[in-house]
Design a protein around this ligand. Structure first.
Ligand SMILES: Cc1cc2nc3c(=O)[nH]c(=O)nc-3n(C[C@H](O)[C@H](O)[C@H](O)COP(=O)(O)OP(=O)(O)OC[C@H]3O[C@@H](n4cnc5c(N)ncnc54)[C@H](O)[C@@H]3O)c2cc1C
Length: 408
C-alpha cells in the first residue's frame, strides 16, 4: 500500500529500517537473553536523530508528531520491540512535557530528550494503582519552594537508564482523582532511588523498575501544569502515546511475518515448500490482511490527530504558552476512542499473528534460537501496558454510548 509519505517521513522509515536490519537484528537475541540495556543501539538512534521525530524543530526535533513517531517505532519494532522501546519509553515522558509543560520547562527538558542525550521515563503505576490509576498513593507535600515526594511507583519502563521522569503523585488523597498532580523529577535528586528490577517475559532489552521516593524534595517549578490536573495530564498523554504502543505492536506483527515468510518459502515437507500448502496460505493471508488493516487504522488515525494538534503546538511554541491551553483555545477534541481502537486492534493483531507465525514455522518456531518465539513474548505486553485492552474496550464502549446519546 502506498501511504504517500513525505520525503521526511520516508527518510524516517528508511533510516529506522536500516538500523533495524543492520544494527538491531544481529544483537536482539543477546539483549533478550541478558536483559542488558542496548546502549550501542541508543547511540545509533541518537546519531540518526530518532529520539526527536515527534518534537518541534525549536527543541531540536524533526517537527513531526504521532504519525512520525509511529513510523519510527513500527520500523524499529520490526526487528525488536524491546530494543525499540528505548526510544518509545522516552517519548512517553516527553509527550506530557510537550503538551503540559510551560515554555521554560519545554526549553529545559525537550532539547536533551530530542537529541537522546537524556532519556526519559513515565511513572503512573503503583502496586495498588494499576488499571485504577485514581488510586495513586505516592504523595507530594508542598513545603516552601519544594514538593516533598514519598511513596513507591512500580513497573516503570526505561527506568534507571533514564535521566528525566514524569511522576504522578497526590497532593491531597481526600480529593481522589482531583488530588493527583504530575511532576518532573530528575535522576540523582536526593531521596529518589530505584528498587526492584523486574525479570520479564518479553521486551527484555528494556529495564522495568520500581521507583522509591523518600522525602525527595523537588523544586516547585517542576510541577507540570496545575495541581490536581495530574490524571488529566496522564489521560491526554495516553490519547497520543497509545498510538505508539499500537505502532510497536504493528512492527512486532510484521517482523514475525517477515521471518516466517523467509522460512516457509524454503522449508520443504512432502516434497514441497510449507508455503505451498493451502492451509498455511490461508493463515498467511489472514495475517497479512490483519496487519494491513491495522496499519491503515493507525496511519489514518495518527494523521488526523496530528492535523488537529499541530496548530496548537505551533501556536504555543510561537507565543510561549502551554500547548494544552492552546488546544482548548482551538477547541481541539480528544482522541481517546480512536487511539484506544488503534491500541486494541494493533495489539490483538500482533498477538494473533505472532502465535500463527509460530504455528506456520512448526517446531523450529518454538525454539529460542529461531527469532519467531521472541515476537510472541514481545507482543504480549502491547495488550497490557498504557491501559490493558479490557480498559481500552471500556473506554471505547463508553465513548460510543456517550456519542450516541449526544446525537439525540
Ligand atoms: C513490562 C511493563 C512495563 C510497564 N511500563 C509502565 C510504565 O512505563 N509506566 C507506568 O506508569 N506503568 C507501566 N506499566 C504498568 C501497566 O500500565 C499496568 O500493568 C497496566 O495498566 C495494568 O495494571 P495492573 O498490572 O495493575 O493490572 P490490574 O489492574 O490488576 O488488572 C488485572 C486484570 O484485570 C483486568 N481489569 C482491571 N480492571 C478492570 C475493569 N474495570 N474492567 C475490566 N477488566 C479490568 C485487567 O484488564 C487485567 O486483565 C508497565 C507494565 C508492564 C508489565
Amino acid at each position: 500500500m502506498d501511504y504517500e509519505l513525505t520525503e521526511t517521513q520516508q527518510m524516517i522509515v528508511d533510516l529506522c529500517g536500516k538500523i533495524a536490519e543492520e544494527k538491531i537484528k544481529p544483537v536482539r537475541a543477546h539483549y533478550d537473553e541478558t536483559e542488558e540495556f542496548p546502549w550501542p543501539i541508543v547511540d545509533e538512534l541518537r546519531k540518526a536523530d530518532i529520539f526527536g521525530v515527534y518534537l518541534p524543530e525549536k527543541y531540536g526535533g524533526l517537527g513531526g508528531l504521532n504519525f512520525e513517531q509511529a513510523l519510527a517505532f513500527e520500523a524499529l519494532s520490526r526487528a525488536c520491540g524491546g530494543v525499540a522501546l528505548s526510544s518509545g519509553a522516552s517519548g512517553l515522558c516527553g509527550i506530557p512535557i510537550l503538551l503540559f509543560g510551560n515554555a521554560e520547562q519545554r526549553q529545559r527538558y525537550l532539547p536533551s530528550m530530542s537529541s537522546g542525550k537524556r532519556l526519559g521515563a513515565f511513572s503512573l503505576t503503583e502496586p495498588e494503582a494499576g488499571s485504577d490509576a485514581m488510586a495513586v498513593r505516592c504523595s507530594a507535600r508542598l513545603d516552601g519552594d519544594h514538593y516533598v515526594l514519598n511513596g513507591i511507583k512500580n513497573f516503570c519502563s526505561g527506568a534507571e537508564v533514564a535521566e528525566i521522569y514524569t511522576v504522578f503523585a497526590t497532593v491531597n488523597p481526600a480529593r481522589g482523582a482531583r488530588g493527583i498532580s504530575a511532576f518532573i523529577v530528575e535522576k540523582g535528586t536526593p531521596g529518589f532511588s530505584f528498587g526492584k528490577k523486574e525479570t520479564k517475559m518479553g521486551i527484555r532489552a528494556n529495564p522495568t523498575y520500581e521507583l522509591v521516593f523518600k522525602d525527595c524534595r523537588i523544586p516547585k517549578a517542576n510541577l507540570l501544569y496545575k495541581e490536581g490536573y495530574g490524571l488529566h495530564v496522564a489521560q491526554v498523554t495516553f490519547d497520543n502515546s497509545r498510538t505508539g504502543v499500537a505502532a510497536q505492536a504493528l512492527g512486532i506483527a510484521q517482523g514475525a511475518l517477515d521471518e516466517t515468510l523467509e522460512y516457509i518459502r524454503v522449508r520443504k515437507q512432502f516434497g514441497q515448500t510449507i508455503a505451498s500448502f493451502q492451509a498455511i496460505q490461508h493463515m498467511l493471508a489472514d495475517c497479512g490482511t490483519s496487519i494491513e488493516a491495522a496499519r491503515a487504522l493507525l496511519y489514518s488515525t495518527t494523521r488526523a490527530m496530528d492535523r488537529a494538534l499541530q496548530p496548537a503546538i505551533a501556536q504555543a511554541v510561537e507565543k510561549g504558552t502551554i500547548v494544552y491551553d492552546e488546544m482548548n483555545n482551538l477547541k481541539c477534541r480528544r482522541w481517546t476512542k480512536e487511539s484506544a481502537m488503534c491500541k486494541v486492534f494493533c495489539s490483538d493483531t500482533a498477538m494473533r499473528v505472532t502465535v500463527d507465525c509460530v504455528q506456520m514455522c512448526g517446531g523450529i518456531g518454538y525454539m529460542r534460537d529461531f527469532p519467531v518465539e521472541k515476537f510472541v513474548r514481545d507482543a504480549k505486553i502491547t495488550q497490557i501496558y498504557e491501559g490493558t485492552n479490557q480498559i481500552q474496550r471500556n473506554e471505547i464502549a463508553m465513548m460510543m454510548v456517550k456519542q450516541a446519546a449526544s446525537k439525540k
